[in-house]
Design a protein around this ligand. Structure first.
Ligand SMILES: Nc1ncnc2c1ncn2[C@@H]1O[C@H](COP(=O)(O)OP(=O)(O)O)[C@@H](O)[C@H]1O
Ligand SMILES: [Mg+2]
Length: 328
């Protein structure tokens, strides 16, 4: 009883119905490198996107939530239970597809999966082989079950990784940059599988690809240099940049000078000479001449958070009213 009360925080759970509660998370790696600078997030069931560039701290965050790495400070509560104090509570409820997933190229997909199930100590009612075959079916790999993993495409490998992650019906599914390097068709296929698997559980998806989040996640946090710079929803983020994104053309030769005077979000070469440029124009500022307002996208919102000084970022972009901890 004493042990249970040590790790289960009733007061915190009652005040906070989020499945996963992250409080004041700090991680200082040897170096020292401060990878997380005090992260607070309330994560409900369903898909939750953690969006940020390389080096932002996403994998560090995922590894701590997965109870693989200990934080320097802060707490992680799963359904009210502190998993830093009781890592087994998370580990026994977790499916994890890490960013760097090791494969044995000479094993068949089925043998590899059976091996991973054995490592995790998971057996099915009809045996491990039957469970492996069920899981391969769920990730559309039945036809390739007998082929060597070494010959699998990137998307097939990720689906095999997902098969081991969902074994045992975990409460929390963590997938760290699962779509990096996949072609568009494989990404879409992986998206569909993830969406199917998000019912009744927490799915944490980290990515640097805005489209992954736009397609899949009703909730997202944007992380930059170890800090949450937005805790929002895709539609709220789009609304927050409504009216502040303008588009126009700039000759390639004048681009550096233009970029020094305006908040350029993106510039793509158009027919090799002109740049089609999107800029952020803070409320009250005058847009560049010849530029017109365009409908803002989640990509625009993300780039505003990455490229503009915090003082210029619209407050409604950093925290949406409809998030668990957001203002009413
Ligand atoms: N084991 C480690 N030792 C030292 N520094 C680390 C370690 N892991 C990550 N880092 C550093 O922490 C920061 C965040 O890294 P990471 O969590 O991998 O970010 P992301 O997954 O967003 O790319 C980076 O500066 C990275 O170099
Ligand atoms: Mg990473």
């Amino acid at each position: 009883m004493l042990c249970v009360s040590r790790v289960f925080n009733l007061e915190s759970f009652l005040m906070n119905p989020a499945a996963l509660s992250i409080q004041g998370l700090v991680k200082i790696h040897p170096g020292p490198v401060c990878a997380l600078r005090g992260i607070d997030l309330e994560i409900p069931e369903g898909m939750f996107g953690l969006l940020g560039p390389n080096g932002a701290g996403k994998s560090t965050f995922m590894n701590i939530v997965a109870a693989i790495v200990e934080p320097t400070a802060g707490r992680v509560l799963l359904d009210g239970v502190d998993i830093v104090a009781d890592p087994r509570h998370m580990r026994s409820r977790l499916g994890y597809l890490p960013q760097d997933f090791g494969f044995y190229p000479d094993l068949s997909g089925r043998a590899m999966l059976e091996f991973m199930l054995q490592m995790k100590g998971i057996n099915g009612p009809r045996g491990r082989r039957a469970l492996a075959d069920d899981l391969l079916g769920r990730v559309n790999l039945s036809a390739a079950a007998g082929r060597k993993v070494g010959g699998y495409s990137g998307g097939m490998r990720q689906r095999l990784g997902l098969a081991q992650a969902i074994a045992g019906d975990p409460r929390v599914l963590i997938v760290d940059e699962p779509t990096a390097g996949l072609d568009p068709e494989e990404r879409q296929r992986f998206h569909r599988l993830l969406a199917e698997m998000s019912t009744g559980r927490v799915v944490l998806l980290s990515t640097h690809i805005v489209d992954d989040v736009a397609t899949l996640c009703p909730r997202l946090a944007v992380i930059r240099s170890g800090q949450v710079v937005a805790d929002t929803t895709p539609s709220a983020a789009r609304r927050a940049v409504d009216g502040v994104i303008h588009e126009g053309f700039v000759a390639d030769a004048t681009m550096p000078e233009f970029a020094s005077r305006h908040r350029v979000l993106s510039a793509t070469l158009d027919e090799g000479r002109n740049n089609r440029v999107r800029v952020f124009v803070a409320p009250g500022r005058v847009p560049p001449s010849g530029f017109s307002p365009v409908v803002g996208t989640l990509e625009d919102a993300y780039l505003v958070l990455m490229r503009c000084p915090p003082a210029e970022v619209p407050a409604s972009l950093t925290r949406a009213a409809e998030t668990v901890g957001g203002a009413a």
